[in-house]
Design a protein around this ligand. Structure first.
Ligand SMILES: NC(=O)c1ccc[n+]([C@@H]2O[C@H](COP(=O)([O-])OP(=O)(O)OC[C@H]3O[C@@H](n4cnc5c(N)ncnc54)[C@H](O)[C@@H]3O)[C@@H](O)[C@H]2O)c1
Length: 299
């Protein structure tokens, strides 16, 4: 049975939405009847991604309308580096130009480089970028539309809650996004704006593709997840629809939704002796070692 459309007429903006989790959310929002604006970094390497997104978005709309007609614009793509303070405001202004208001905003753009020299870039994109974009979305939703209100969703990570030995540059930014959603929930509740965080576990995207191409690491990670598989970008789409929908989550505010298949709370491998530390070198594991996989994978 087809899922009923839950976001008909809603206007939704998503940062970093041409790939991975953001793209899956953008396409699902379209499926649910929303008008969608996608921010992307820009530059020549984005051209083919923009083209592919337009094609897939149009296919979703055609399927919904059961035709190829494009009577009214349903989606736009807007280039801009989200780490710059002005980009969030520019993105929101273009959304309002195109669709008249903003109901749902997903702060998703993020990176996970591991070179120490890129620490400030990681913080600027993941945390400062989320702040600027959330501030711009909050201002629009609170002050410039009638009725005021909306839903803001920050894509954080289960890394916000646990340490990552090889992600000391990254985990604090994701903890920051969670804290940003909690603080904005408190600040913006009076305008009927709900702010929540989604905490993905290990989701197969370009962010961890190289890492997860290593079979030992992948098998180890899969073994730590009670559902027995890594996540797919579309695993985040349903929870993002839930948080976007006033009907479904109207009293959910300042919350963190774990989307990790219980990987975040599972301490040991569920599927036999697959831990890297066990491979070729039997030894007793300490809890610290169990929690410190020999992996730089992103969560
Ligand atoms: N994949 C995972 O396992 C995982 C786990 C937890 C959290 N996350 C978070 O999910 C979000 C999406 O990541 P993903 O896994 O889909 O990877 P992804 O690389 O496919 O998506 C990130 C997107 O952000 C864009 N981006 C990067 N810098 C930008 C900038 N300065 N301005 C605008 N856009 C920019 C990228 O171009 C890309 O499209 C990130 O915030 C990431 O931290 C991912």
């Amino acid at each position: 049975m087809a899922t009923p459309q839950l976001l008909v007429g809603k206007v939704c903006g998503i940062t970093g939405g041409l790939t991975g989790i953001g793209r899956a959310i953008a396409l699902d929002y379209l499926r649910h009847g929303a008008k969608v604006a996608v921010n992307h970094l820009g530059g020549p390497s984005d051209e083919s991604l923009v083209e592919a997104f337009h094609k897939d978005a149009q296919a979703v709309i055609s399927e919904l309308n059961n035709s190829n007609s494009t009577e009214a614009k349903q989606f736009i793509t807007v280039a801009g580096d989200i780490s710059k303070p002005e980009t969030g405001a520019d993105f929101v202004a273009k959304i309002v130009d195109a669709f008249g208001r903003l109901d749902v905003f997903v702060s998703n753009a993020g990176v996970c480089q591991i070179e120490p020299s890129l620490l400030s870039q990681t913080v600027n994109i993941n945390l400062c970028g989320a702040f600027y974009a959330t501030q711009a979305a909050g201002r629009q939703m609170a002050l410039h539309q009638t009725p005021a209100g909306g839903s803001i969703i920050g894509i954080s990570s289960i890394s916000a809650l646990v340490g990552g030995g090889q992600q000391c540059h990254y985990c604090p930014t994701k903890a920051g996004v969670l804290s940003l959603m909690q603080s904005t929930a408190v600040a913006l509740g009076k305008y009927n704006i709900r702010c929540n965080a989604l905490l993905p576990g290990t989701i197969r995207t370009q962010l961890n593709d190289a890492d997860m191409a290593d079979e030992k690491k992948r098998t180890y990670m899969e073994g730590r997840i009670p559902l027995g598989r890594l996540g797919q970008p579309k695993d985040l789409a349903g929870p993002a629809v839930f948080l976007a929908s006033e009907e479904l989550s109207g009293y959910v505010n300042g919350n963190a939704v774990d989307v990790s298949g219980a990987g975040s709370i599972s301490k040991v491998s569920s599927f036999g002796p697959k831990l890297p530390l066990e491979i070729g070198k039997p030894k007793t594991l300490t809890s610290v070692e169990v929690l410190e996989p020999e992996s730089s994978q992103i969560q």
